[in-house]
Design a protein. Structure first.
Length: 109
């Protein structure tokens, strides 16, 4: 990102977080996010490599198996109200932090 757009970027992020906490996303917005995940899960779920990667650590922690059993349902049945509630819980004003790394001699604007 260009240094002259950093403050603008963070203002958009903060406004978006506040809007998510205040208003539920539309069904169209939700489906635009969920549809690619549905396709990914359908394609990736047919291969062993996907499951081996997801289950890494399951021999030490049975919660991995439990998480995988409900992963698709958890991801694909989320509602606008769910997203709004999570945003209200976790995207709190004054609780976030940000970091900006710039080349030496360049200032954020």
């Amino acid at each position: 990102m260009r240094p002259d757009r950093i403050k603008y970027f963070y203002s958009v992020v903060k406004d978006t977080a506040a809007d998510l906490a205040k208003n539920p996303v539309s069904e169209d917005e939700l489906q635009r996010a969920v549809a690619p995940m549905r396709q990914l899960l359908m394609r990736a779920g047919t291969g062993n490599a996907f499951w081996m990667n997801q289950m890494e650590g399951a021999t030490h922690d049975p919660r991995y198996v439990q998480a995988m059993q409900s992963m698709a349902q958890d991801m694909l049945t989320v509602t606008p109200t769910d997203i709004q509630a999570l945003a209200a819980k976790y995207l709190l004003p004054g609780k976030s932090w940000s970091a900006v790394v710039l080349p030496e001699g360049v200032a954020a604007q």
